[in-house]
Design a protein around this ligand. Sequence first.
Ligand code: ZN
Length: 220
Amino acid sequence: MVRIHAGQPDFFLSQGHFMNDWQIQTRASECQGCGRRFSDRQPYHTLLWADADAGRYRRQDVCPECWETRYRQEARTRPEVVSLWRGVYEAPPPPREPIQRDAAESLLRQLCERGDPRYRSAVYILAVMMERKRLLRVKEQFWRDGCRIFVYEHTRTGDVFTVQDPALKLSELDEVQREVARLLEQGLPPAGSDPGSDPGATGETGTEAAMAAPDAPARP
Ligand SMILES: [Zn+2]
């Protein structure tokens, strides 16, 4: 259900706002139209709004009733709705033990929270790595300002990651993979420091992370 609004890139360009294209949006546990709690296995509809003033995307999960009575119409008429899809709500399991997160997932979440455009390519590579591990799947994609944005959904939690396609050239791939391997090994440097200021580590490619990194994340 990919939709591309005619004129949408112009709409955002003319607003002159920066959009943070790396975001995590958790799935709501109740309808964000009427407030009723979702029950296990019930279907829901998601609208992804581009909030130009806030410079971010906003996810809205609504129940089928609210979808029919209100949001189906809004999705059709409001240009700020850049993407929409249907899902099935799964009640979270009882919290018995801390969630074991994959190293790539932890790093991706950190980078999304940081929102530093210097990590644009690393974010994309991590998302592709997680897609190959079936931790993420591409739910939607849309275009904005000439850039492709992937909407990735976490297969277990339903969290949504919006990730910009950096349109990597093959010649840039090695360097980005080394950067990702370095980040996985050494962690994210403190905000404000230069991520490229560690030339001593760039020669290391023998880590598991580098092996697991995709060799050709370019998409058709
Ligand atoms: Zn509702």
